[in-house]
Design a protein around this ligand. Structure first.
Ligand code: F3S
Length: 426
């Protein structure tokens, strides 16, 4: 790998041991990927925390030293180095603990305290504690062409496609190294040719609801895997919530990190522009039968109609989505045997509090939570056997991770199940 003078100086340890470890990691990582050089970045989205069991064990062994945790888990270094303030702008992604609902989550005080200390540490080195999988909803909105180093598949596909920013799906280690050095290997979706379309999807039905968008994304991910679909035939303009659900679904059933909807997403205004010199590897159509296929796939684990948990807000809900939930819950009470947890970024929860949304949600018996989600935190209300959700991504992961039955449907289906305790019986 070719390094600039400054990069070589960091690798030689001239800017301290933390940057030396970070550069060493980036060079090893870049060479493994076949990258010829590094590129500058000033926008990192990462996970620096002590919330997983293995980290808690590690922290206990090292007397709770957060530099040790950062060295081991964010720099791949068995040797502990002093971590200085970070070079780039960087934000914290989702974690396991909601600091305001840890007791609801059934989390111990010890784990809550450790999470608090971990956050204080992250803040002290300059990480913005957005604590959401959707930083683009709360202020970190990269512009077209901006080189980023982001983790979290649903966020990666959103900023690459909808905003035209440039990132690969990074990990804890590469983003830890990027925030210390301002560098990331130049490969994958940083490069023009790799962003061109590979497969054509002809959508033959109207896309109206959030459920429609989740199903389309799930079907495309299943069919296209990790290539770059070009989606044609969309009538009208989907809003950002629809594209958020679409991308999250496509990146969970497949590994889609980039797509084009010519005229809607950032990189291309026509199908020809989206493909450039590429010829489509496949041309697939998406009609009623394909929609039904995706629906059945997402509901494959569900049998029991009695629903004991409703999960909403995957990816984390926007204010518009919270208001839609409020309109359906206002003046109603959820069933005594059903828990409803709704997830939003912590910054939006404050706005929801001030706007009176939180009160409507609480009065109905549901909870508005932040910072985490059941799939990432691997925490459900005690005794949960059957969950319902309006998120294709959550419906994809919960049966696999938590071994529970999961219904996927519309927001209205989920709210009605919350009220009656039963799936689609109203
Ligand atoms: Fe976010 Fe968790 Fe869904 S991280 S995208 S709410 S699985």
């Amino acid at each position: 790998m070719r390094l600039t003078e400054h990069e070589q100086a960091m690798l030689d340890g001239k800017e301290g041991p933390a940057k030396q470890k970070a550069m060493d990691l980036l060079v090893r990582y870049g060479e493994a990927l076949g990258a010829e050089r590094l590129v500058d970045t000033n926008n990192v989205s990462s996970s620096v925390s002590a919330s997983s069991p293995v980290m808690r064990e590690f922290a206990a062994k090292h007397g709770g030293g957060f530099d040790a945790i950062f060295s081991e888990f964010n720099l791949d270094s068995a040797e502990t180095v002093k971590i200085p303030k970070i070079e780039t702008h960087a934000c914290q992604l989702i974690q396991a603990v909601d600091p305001d609902h840890w007791q609801t989550q059934g989390i111990s005080r010890e784990r809550y305290e450790l999470n608090k200390e971990s956050e204080e540490y992250s803040g002290s080195i300059g990480i913005q504690l957005l604590s959401t999988c959707t930083p683009y909803q709360v202020g970190n909105v990269p512009v077209k062409g901006e080189i980023c180093a982001w983790m979290e598949s649903s966020a990666v596909v959103y900023i690459n496609s909808v905003l035209g920013a440039r990132t690969n799906c990074e990990g804890k280690e590469s983003t830890g190294a990027a925030m210390l050095t301002g560098k990331i290997p130049y490969w994958g979706y940083h490069i023009d040719e790799n962003r061109l379309g590979t497969d054509l999807v002809e959508v033959e039905i109207e896309m109206e609801t959030m459920e429609d968008w989740g199903l389309l994304g799930y079907y495309i991910g299943e069919m296209i895997g990790d290539r770059v679909p070009v989606i044609n035939g969309i009538k009208g303009t989907p809003d950002h919530n629809m594209l958020k659900h679409f991308g999250a679904a496509a990146s969970s059933s497949g590994g889609i990190e980039m797509y084009h909807m010519p005229g809607i997403t950032a990189d291309a205004s026509t199908v020809e522009e989206a493909f450039g010199n590429n010829k489509p590897k496949t041309v697939i159509k998406y009609g009623k039968a394909e929609r039904q296929q995706a629906y059945e796939l997402l509901n494959h684990s569900a049998k029991d109609k009695e629903v004991d948990f409703i999960m909403l807000g995957c990816p984390h809900a926007s204010l518009e989505q919270l208001w839609d939930i409020c309109k359906l819950l206002d003046g109603r009470k959820i069933n005594g045997n059903t828990d409803v947890w709704i997830f939003t970024p912590r910054a939006l929860r404050q706005v929801a509090d001030r706007s009176g949304y939180t009160k409507i949600i609480q009065d109905a018996g549901a909870k508005l939570m932040s910072d985490t989600c059941p799939a990432i935190g691997q925490i459900l209300p005690e005794g949960t056997k059957v969950v319902a959700t309006d998120s294709a991504k959550q419906a994809h992961y919960l049966p696999a991770i938590m071994g529970i039955q999961t219904w996927f449907g519309s927001l209205e289906d989920c709210i009605n199940a919350a009220i009656t305790g039963k799936w689609r019986e109203y």
